[in-house]
Design a protein. Structure first.
Length: 277
């Protein structure tokens, strides 16, 4: 692998989580950002476990050349409310990554399991991600896409289901779930980033990161209530698609479990982090 890796999306949840792991495997990380129509470059290095962040001028990028890009940036908005939001999704998921990726020989792009669903269940988010993937297969010499399922972990501010259930249980609020059984696949973020790192060493192709933790929303809600000793109620309303069961052909699974903790123990740790925040 090269001594330097370039990225997008380093300021997102998984990006922040994977950064120290990358800096243990590479001398430096250069991130391509998106900010107010600009594309700022940031250099990350690490000495004695301390991460250093430095802005880089575009004219100086040749000092930090790499042929490898890890693309993590995305705009997750499957149902835009207006044309402005729709344009933002297209820009983030197609225009921006195409412009960045076009200069690299090797690209690894993080994708969503939603992209593996049939056209009937696609939305603008998954369609734009798939359009970028198709472009990469036609224009990038060595390209991998890595499909991710649901995740949770330290310093997660995305408002995902695990944190919603734990926070609502702590405050005694109702936990709302659909009437039908909906199953999700959960991985701790540390396991996801370890698996992503593993993908950097593999032959280029299609992969997924899927743990053995398939759990229904109802079971997850009950677990959150039990862990918090909460009086919260589970309220069932409406029906939503159970997407997991509709995926017929999964790419090779490269999930790596990096500890012996059960899902319940990992949820307990996340609960303690929320309480201490």
């Amino acid at each position: 692998m090269p001594e330097i890796i370039h990225t997008t999306g380093i300021t997102g949840f998984l990006g922040k989580t994977i950064l120290p792991y990358l800096l243990k495997n590479f001398n430096a990380v250069i991130n391509h950002g998106r900010q107010d129509g600009n594309e700022p470059l940031t250099l990350f290095t690490m000495t004695e476990q301390i991460i250093h962040e430095t802005k880089v001028e575009k004219n100086d990028i040749k000092k930090y050349e790499s042929n490898l890009l890890l693309h993590m940036a995305t705009n997750y908005n499957p149902f835009p409310k207006n044309s402005f939001e729709e344009k933002a999704v297209i820009e983030a998921n197609i225009s921006f990554p195409k412009k960045i990726a076009s200069t690299y020989e090797k690209v690894i792009s993080l994708s969503s399991y939603q992209q593996l669903l049939s056209e009937k269940y696609q939305n603008i988010y998954s369609r734009t991600k798939n359009e970028f993937n198709e472009w990469c297969f036609n224009h990038i010499d060595q390209y991998s896409q890595v499909y991710l399922f649901d995740s949770f972990g330290s310093k997660d501010s995305r408002g995902k289901v695990v944190d919603v259930f734990l926070n609502n249980s702590l405050s005694g609020k109702d936990l709302k779930i659909p009437e039908n059984e909906v199953v999700i696949n959960l991985s701790h973020s540390s396991e996801v980033v370890e698996s992503i790192l593993g993908s950097l060493k593999l032959k280029f192709g299609n992969y997924c990161i899927k743990s053995k933790n398939n759990i229904s929303l109802e079971k997850l809600a009950k677990l959150a209530i039990n862990l918090t000793n909460s009086d919260s109620r589970i309220i069932k309303s409406g029906n939503i698609e159970n997407h997991i069961e509709k995926i017929k052909n999964l790419p090779k699974n490269i999930y790596q479990k990096n500890n012996s903790l059960s899902l319940e123990d990992q949820l307990k740790n996340r609960l303690n982090e929320i309480r201490e925040a």
